[in-house]
Design a protein around this ligand. Sequence first.
Ligand SMILES: CC(C)(COP(=O)(O)OP(=O)(O)OC[C@H]1O[C@@H](n2cnc3c(N)ncnc32)[C@H](O)[C@@H]1OP(=O)(O)O)[C@@H](O)C(=O)NCCC(=O)NCCS
Length: 145
Amino acid sequence: MKVKQINANDTHELRHKMLRQGLPIDECVFKGDEDDQSFHLGAFVEGKLVSVASFYFDRNHDFDEPNQYRLRGMATSPDHQRKGLSQELLKMAFPIIKQNFCSLLWCNARSSAVGFYQKAGFEKMGEEFEIPTVGPHFLMYKKLG
Ligand SMILES: CC(C)(COP(=O)(O)OP(=O)(O)OC[C@H]1O[C@@H](n2cnc3c(N)ncnc32)[C@H](O)[C@@H]1OP(=O)(O)O)[C@@H](O)C(=O)NCCC(=O)NCCS
């Protein structure tokens, strides 16, 4: 397994399959994908991209930290789940975020994935809320020491 920085476009196939199934492919282009501070990571197994995650310099005013990153588009292909790939992507991302002088990473976590984020050290903030067409979520965050 290899973790590498990838282009935003490379994430589209997995985002579509795992996060936006049945929706137009345009829904897989996220705001800020091409911003200078954004970065995208991918895990490759036998040369095939099987897990992706994207990180954006994006402030959520529910948190006091002035400099924050947002995590989006975390997805692992079904036949490669629960093998630690997403965890590896996060491990590679944390120091990059810290190098950018940001000490907080937040995300809108699907309720079904809350356990994954908790294992990675994220905490829930507030009540469950609904994102239309996507489903129930929790705001979650991790402070990067
Ligand atoms: C959530 C998701 C990205 C996790 O990817 P993954 O590569 O399977 O995760 P990892 O293997 O790195 O998991 C790390 C740990 O979290 C656990 N875990 C993974 N998914 C979990 C879940 N949904 N609930 C609870 N724990 C979970 C793993 O068992 C593992 O635990 P361990 O360290 O004790 O073995 C993947 O299941 C996925 O693509 N789901 C569909 C899309 C989605 O919901 N994305 C998140 C949107 S917010």
